[in-house]
Ligand binder design. Structure first.
Ligand code: UDP
Ligand code: MG
Length: 316
């Protein structure tokens, strides 16, 4: 029988884990495939790991990985994918925002052979603060203008893919991981399944507004170099403006004479240009910082412990 691996990154999800497991396992009972769960404890500070060990003791299909600290969702996802052995691999959140009821449909789509991946996108942002939705929409508009990799608005990380595509994602070993972009970048045929927004079952979202903003900037710098080009174009435009301004000043001096005036406007112009310069240096700095992090070649995550899967503690 074919095996489906379900990869679940968890960070401080103690409150909702049992319910997540119960609901997902109930859906999996109806699947025509064997299932393994791979829970990745991303350095939780609550009882998540204990809850995972308990699940693993009850159900031999449950395996768990404990990262050495909180590496972030993207790294946890990568760790889980690396340890998944299934012919199909699904990734989902632990908070039931990714409805397990969709799993049979996702599996059917991919098994049908016409697609390598079935992914879920939400069609609304019900229950989300309006200001957050607005920023999210602007982000998707911006990144899609700037990058050739298509980033679908409302795409969740919830998806089910073939072994081949999972292996492709694993070959992208960059340190600054922006999964939505990576899933799209590797290509393959993706079918989008639409669903309504579901609110978190328990616990709180791990994303503050500031964290999301940094994540959005990470996404843009990871999948587009347009900001760098923008800096150069801006530089050229200001050179052109300065050139014509010089011509104008010389002409005025020759025709009307008189000494230079306009000190206050000069200060304004200098301040404005200094601002633009710093802004552009900042853009370059962002890319340099990313390059620096990549060049260091640090591992995406570090494992502290793992277990589960028929009680083989520390298995692979
Ligand atoms: N998560 C993680 N590490 C982190 C942050 C989040 O493993 O540093 C997990 C979290 O436990 C959840 C998933 O990533 O399973 C999505 O997080 P969350 O629900 O907070 O994000 P949201 O749904 O609000 O975008
Ligand atoms: Mg969530």
């Amino acid at each position: 029988m074919e095996l489906l691996s379900i990869v679940v990154p968890c960070w401080n999800e103690e409150a909702g884990l049992a319910r997540f497991y119960a609901e997902t396992a109930a859906v999996c009972a109806g699947l025509e495939a064997a299932v393994e769960f791979i829970f990745v404890d991303d350095g939780s500070r609550d009882g998540t790991l204990a809850a995972l060990k308990e699940l693993a003791a009850r159900d031999g299909r449950v395996r768990w990985l404990a990262l050495s600290r909180n590496f972030g969702k993207e790294a946890a996802l990568f760790a889980g994918l690396e340890h998944a052995r299934g012919d199909y691999v699904a990734v989902m959140d632990a908070d039931l925002q990714d409805p397990p009821a969709l799993l049979p449909e996702l599996l059917r789509i991919v098994r049908g052979g016409g697609f390598d991946c079935a992914a879920v996108r939400r069609v609304d942002r019900k229950g989300e603060p309006p200001i957050r939705s607005w920023f999210a929409r602007q982000f998707y508009r911006l990144i899609n203008k700037m990058s050739r990799t298509e980033i679908v608005d409302g795409a969740r990380d919830y998806r089910l893919m073939t072994r081949q595509m999972a292996d492709a994602v694993l070959r992208v070993t960059e340190y600054n991981r922006f999964s939505k972009g990576i899933f799209s970048w590797v290509g393959f045929r993706t079918k989008w399944v639409e669903t309504e927004n579901v609110e978190r079952a328990a616990g709180e979202s791990k994303w503050s507004f500031f964290k999301l903003l940094v994540y959005a900037l990470d996404g843009i710098t990871a999948f587009s170099t347009v900001p760098l080009a923008m800096a150069s174009v801006l530089g050229l435009v200001f050179c052109a403006v300065a050139f014509f301004a010089i011509l104008f000043v010389i002409a005025r001096q020759l025709i009307w004479g008189g000494s230079a005036f306009g000190w206050p406007s000069l200060v304004c112009i200098i301040l404005f240009l200094a601002g633009i310069q710093l802004f552009c240096i900042g853009i370059v700095g962002q890319y340099l910082a990313k390059t620096y992090l990549e060049v260091k070649g640090r591992p995406v995550y570090l494992l502290r412990d793992s277990g589960g899967g028929d009680g083989h503690e520390g298995a692979d």
